[in-house]
Design a protein around this ligand. Structure first.
Ligand SMILES: [Zn+2]
Length: 410
């Protein structure tokens, strides 16, 4: 049995079995549709010792990031989305509270540099990301970025050239890392003695509260609570002093935290409240995890019934957003190409491709105009507001939306 990512334990509680799934970021080209596609077990378990919820089996990250292009560019996301807007508070917190002119800010998993670009004014910045295609785009945009996974050695050589970093952090990449201790060693190697560490991760508390399973997919290895991070930070000489839920993913699904080496640093009220909430709701217990797994299966069943009923009435349905999140939902619910005619997606990198296994085509919204469905299924709940606002004409003409919680909006 694989060792727990945080504590090394090998005993787990079963939480949620989603069956076998393909790598979600690997949309297929037309020529590849006849080929054999690999699938892997997608099972969430909980460590009996430290409580971390994590995937039971994991796929080698090199497969995800190097054998194929990583199709997700932060800059392709709608700039008015909650996800992008949530970074504004990160930028101002880091700029105004935690750095001064010329300080070095390093971001891990910096993707195409969207966040660093916002932080560049008056500061030195460096991105570190293992996915070559996103790094090339960051470089083309003038954002210094290293195409490498962060390790202790990389942390050391970067520090030799650039000096220690006043701020080191990463948004929405740490859940995708298997060797989290190696990454934290690299990040802390680089961090100045009085430096600030930050992280933004998907939050287990929001998933449990909302029976949310869209974030369960193969390259998402860990589902962290704040308690997990307090443990993890201490193992690397860091003490978390501030943490709160951001709007990045909606539904309480995104946790941001700040830590430093100063153990006596005053804790913020919002950090203390969140720790207290986790205790009150027994978030880190086996019972909460098992109830979550059961709840997700109920949600998926409800969604399948909603969609099947519409098909029986002869309605047409298309997906809005060909994202990892949506595929997991469809997978657990058993929704396939029989139900969904096509996906629309704004990202040019995805258009003209096909979803793995189900081979549903991904097209642009403009091309969808010729054969609009009766219903759009919204795969990313945090974009529902933006999509519905943008689709005013579709709605006026009688078009409706299905959300992942099975609600229908006209
Ligand atoms: Zn553990």
């Amino acid at each position: 049995m694989r060792k727990c990512r945080i504590c090394g334990n090998t005993k787990y509680d079963k939480v949620l079995d989603m069956g076998k799934a393909p790598l979600v970021n690997s949309l297929l080209e037309k020529k590849d549709l006849k080929g054999k596609e690999r699938t892997y077990p997608l099972i969430v378990v909980r460590c009996t010792k430290c409580s971390l919820a994590q995937l039971q089996t994991i796929v080698n990250s090199q497969k995800i990031y190097q054998d194929q292009d990583y199709l997700y560019y932060t800059g392709d996301m709608p700039q008015q989305s909650q996800y992008i807007k949530a970074f504004d508070s990160l930028v101002s917190e880091i700029h105004d509270k935690h750095t001064k002119a010329n300080d070095l800010i390093v971001e891990i998993g910096s993707n195409d540099g969207t966040v660093l670009k916002k932080m560049m004014e008056g500061r030195r910045v460096l991105g570190v990301d293992p996915a070559i295609n996103v790094v090339i785009r960051a470089l083309a945009r003038g954002i210094p970025t290293l195409a490498a996974p962060i390790t202790k050695h990389i942390g050391f050589v970067v520090k030799q050239e650039f000096g220690p970093a006043k701020v080191v952090g990463g948004a929405n990449c740490l859940a995708h890392i298997d060797d989290i201790h190696g990454v934290l060693e690299g990040m802390t190697e680089l961090l100045a003695d009085d430096g600030i560490f930050w992280a933004e991760v998907n939050y287990w508390g929001g998933m449990v509260k909302h029976r949310h399973y869209a974030l369960v997919y193969l390259d998402h290895y860990s589902y962290y609570s704040l308690k997990n991070w307090v443990d993890l930070a201490r193992m690397h000489g860091l003490e978390i002093f501030d943490a709160f839920i951001t709007e990045a993913q909606g539904d309480g699904l995104s946790l941001r935290l700040y830590a430093s080496r100063d153990k006596k640093r005053a804790k913020t009220a919002r950090f203390l409240k969140l720790i207290d909430d986790e205790k009150k709701t027994k978030l880190n217990t086996k019972e909460a995890a098992v109830a979550y797994g059961k709840g997700c299966k109920e949600e998926a069943k409800k969604l399948f019934q909603t969609i099947s009923n519409l098909k029986k009435q002869g309605k047409t349905i298309a997906g809005y957003g060909a994202a990892a999140k949506g595929f997991s939902v469809l997978q657990l619910a058993g929704v396939t190409q029989k139900h969904i005619d096509y996906f629309v997606d704004d990202s040019p990198a995805k258009q003209g491709k096909y979803t793995p296994i189900t081979h549903i085509p991904v097209i642009s919204r403009k091309d969808a105009e010729k054969r609009l469905p009766d219903y759009f299924f919204i795969t990313a709940p945090n974009y529902a507001d933006i999509i519905m606002a943008k689709e005013d004409k579709f709605r006026k003409n009688g078009g409706k939306f299905i959300q992942i919680d099975s609600t229908i909006v006209g």
